[in-house]
Design a protein. Structure first.
Lengths: 429, 217
């Protein structure tokens, strides 16, 4: 009966192709929405895990979250270094991770921080060691594999966040040295280059006190091109940056805060927002807001896609109803040859289900192929961690729903076929 | 397998279509059911095939009454050739034969299918679809479909109605030869008395009754 159903589908190729196409487009759209929606959500949850609050310069809270947690937008500005102490001294704060952003290497963001950042994301060193001296850098796993980086290798950061953005503002005077590579974490850390925040100040020629972490010296940096860099590969010692940061205070971009207890959630945001230069943003709230904003337009597309799927179902219904009329003789002959009512009926249902299955499979393959193509053509999507062939249980649900549409569309024609009286049909023929 | 039709009666909307029709067909016997249009031949064949239930009387196949088990008996024992509905339109000739085997005997016998097509002279049209066949080819294919299930009784309704004289004679011979080769009884309903010469026995139906009772030619 399956081969008979296939033969009937082949018998009207254009109608079948059109119905399959309608369902394939609908399924492709729904799978794309599902994949983008779920992967974005997963990504947000993974990257924001353990971060209760982000403290940054006043501006858009969403922008602050995007730039400091997901590393996909420009920061809102800088905040005083003293804010780090302010937060770390607070008993309700379990952890305050400093971030100093501003540069990239090959499009990968360079994050000035301290060892608390790796602890926050539970990122472990795979090879080498963590950064210690100025201009030492630890690479995320994905960067290391993409760039085939090895320990001891040097690279120059560029100003800005995109690959092209700072191409002409390379910090040639301050090449980084790769001292460690992190194990994959499945988070944004895989796509970041970590260094000390003092190094970020050094690279930008900002005067600061090296006393605490990097020895008891203090130096000045020039902001013009007159940087001189001592080659660490020759001396084996950290480069001494000769720059002057006239008027520039060492600052941070943001702080990632984890509360020690629930009381922190009530008190810390209010305390931060009272500071004239600071604002706080809660990742969970901003992520929900972002998803809500995206959700409104995604819902429109989702409704359209389901309408398309229903249209595909209606097209199958019309095709099968016409078929039931024009093929009464065939079906009566099948009954005479011994096919039961159920078997003849099942042939029609199978035509609907096979059409829907073809549409679902083609649509599913098309969606994942599109994600593959999008990933290779739009690096931002790859950077977001969008996986092309990450299968989701909801996709199986979607395919089952489309199969149900095919079966439902075939139901009325099948009932009509079920009621065919072979003797009467033969008498009419 | 013996076929017995006993006092079968049928009426449509108060009009008596068949009345007290009785006849028998012995295993391997060939008979012609002859009658003009409207004489009730097709209704009688439908009842014999179990596609229609008579108002009165019984049809027995071997020791089993058709009533209540018509589908199973037809499926297992009969090969039927209709006037117009010959083959399933979406399938090739060969696929039609295989489907008939699958439905009627539960398995396929490709060798028998090929032999049948060859014997009926349409092996070269095995891959053709029904709409690609001529009238003569389509009728041969329909005979092949009915014979390929190794029936005990071969039944044909107006098998030569659209054929010229030469094809009529040819189809009659093929039906008789095919029935003979598979050892089946043969019952042909027709209004075409040109076929009488091929049969030792003719059952004449007129206005729903056997005109002269079963007659031997």
């Amino acid at each position: 009966m399956i081969s008979l159903a296939l033969a009937y589908l082949r018998d009207r190729p254009l109608t079948t192709a059109l119905n399959v196409l309608l369902l394939a487009i609908a399924v492709a759209m729904l799978v794309l929405l599902l994949q983008f929606g779920n992967q974005a959500n997963d990504r947000f949850e993974r990257d924001a895990r353990g971060v209760d609050l982000v403290v940054g310069a006043k501006g858009s809270p969403l922008q602050l979250i995007l730039s400091s947690v997901f590393h996909v937008d420009q920061p809102t500005g800088n905040i005083p270094l003293s804010s780090l102490d302010l937060l770390r001294r607070d008993p309700a704060v379990g952890r305050a991770v400093p971030l100093a952003l501003g540069d990239n290497f090959d499009g990968y963001r360079i994050v000035g921080t301290d060892d608390s950042f790796a602890k926050l994301y539970d990122a472990r060193i795979a090879t080498g060691r963590t950064f210690d001296a100025p201009l030492e850098a630890v690479l995320g796993a994905k960067i290391a594999s993409d760039t085939e980086a090895t320990l001891g290798q040097k690279f120059v950061g560029n100003h800005g966040f995109a690959e092209e953005e700072g191409a002409e503002q390379g910090h040639d005077h301050a090449p980084f040295e790769t001292v460690g590579i992190l194990e994959p974490t499945g988070t944004v850390v895989d796509r970041l280059i970590l260094t000390s925040y003092e190094t970020v100040w050094d690279v930008h020629g900002i005067e600061h006190d090296h006393g605490e972490e990097h020895g008891e010296h203090k130096h000045e940096h020039d902001e013009d091109e007159d940087h001189s860099v001592q080659d660490t590969s020759q001396t084996g010692a950290p480069a001494i940056l000769q720059a002057s940061g006239d008027g520039l205070e060492p600052e941070l971009t943001a702080l990632l805060v984890t509360y020690r207890n629930a009381a922190g959630a009530i008190r810390i945001p209010a305390m931060v927002n009272r500071q004239t230069q600071l604002q706080s943003a809660i990742p969970a709230t901003e992520t929900a807001r972002l998803l809500e904003l995206m959700g409104a337009s995604l819902d429109g597309i989702r409704i359209f896609a389901w309408l398309l799927a229903v249209t595909g179902g209606l097209a199958i219904f019309v095709a099968l109803l016409n078929m039931a009329r024009s093929r009464e003789g065939d079906l009566a002959l099948l009954r005479v040859m011994g096919a039961s009512r159920i078997q003849v009926c099942a042939t029609v249902i199978m035509e609907g289900v096979i059409t829907a299955a073809l549409g679902a499979i083609i649509g599913w393959l098309a969606a994942h192929t599109l994600i593959t193509l999008a990933r290779s053509n739009f690096p931002a999507l790859a950077d977001m961690g969008l996986q092309a062939w990450q299968l989701m249980p909801a996709e199986a649900g979607l395919i089952l729903a489309v199969l149900a549409i095919g079966a439902l569309a075939a139901l009325i024609p099948a009932v009509r076929v079920y009621n065919i009286d072979p003797a009467r049909t033969l008498a009419r023929a | 397998m013996q076929l017995r039709v006993d006092k079968v009666g049928l009426s449509y909307g108060g009009r008596q279509v068949l009345s007290e029709v009785s006849f028998g067909l012995e295993p391997g016997e060939h008979a012609l059911l002859l009658g003009p249009s409207g004489s009730g031949k097709s209704s009688l064949l439908n009842i014999v095939c179990g596609l229609q239930t008579p108002d009165s009387g019984t049809v027995t196949l071997g020791e089993q009454a058709m009533s209540g088990q018509a589908d199973a008996l037809r499926k297992r024992h009969m090969g039927i050739i209709f006037q117009t509905l010959r083959l399933v339109s979406a399938l090739t000739v060969r696929a039609n034969l295989l489907l008939a085997q699958k439905l009627q005997i539960g398995s396929t016998d490709e060798k028998l299918v090929d032999q049948t097509l060859d014997r009926l002279g349409i092996a070269h049209r095995a891959k053709a679809r029904p709409f690609e066949l001529s009238q003569g080819e389509a009728q041969r294919a329909a005979i092949a479909r009915a014979v390929a299930v190794k029936p005990d009784i071969l039944i044909a309704d107006e098998p030569t109605s659209a054929l010229d004289h030469a094809n009529t004679q040819s189809v009659a011979r093929l039906l008789i030869e095919s029935a003979h080769e598979v050892g089946a009884s043969l019952l042909i309903a027709t209004h075409d008395d040109r076929l009488k010469d091929h049969f030792a026995r003719t059952i004449v139906l007129k206005d729903g009754t056997l005109a002269q009772g079963p007659v031997a030619a």
